[in-house]
Write a protein that binds this ligand. Structure first.
Ligand SMILES: [Ca+2]
Ligand SMILES: [Ca+2]
Length: 79
């Protein structure tokens, strides 16, 4: 019973966290807006880890590092 409850709590936690992660896509500086400032944040963070920063939503290729490839993808998705 306890194990089931813990698994349920974990599933709920993941479910609640997931929409926020998706909503942050393109919002590289975490200000809630997707605009030109996000590209500046992406370029400034070139070759830095995305994990644990607002930049996780802008790691388009999912390699865990912000790079110019992510900036290029950000530009193509912003058009
Ligand atoms: Ca932003
Ligand atoms: Ca990347």
């Amino acid at each position: 019973m306890v194990r089931t409850t813990m698994a349920l709590l974990a599933a709920i936690t993941i479910a609640l966290a997931a929409p926020a992660a998706f909503a942050a896509a393109g919002d590289c500086n975490g200000d809630g807006q997707v605009d030109a400032a996000d590209l500046d944040a992406l370029v400034a963070a070139n070759n830095t880890p995305a994990e644990g920063t607002p930049l996780t939503g802008c790691d388009y290729d999912g390699d865990g590092v912000i790079s110019l490839a992510d900036a290029a993808e950000h530009i193509s998705q912003s058009r």
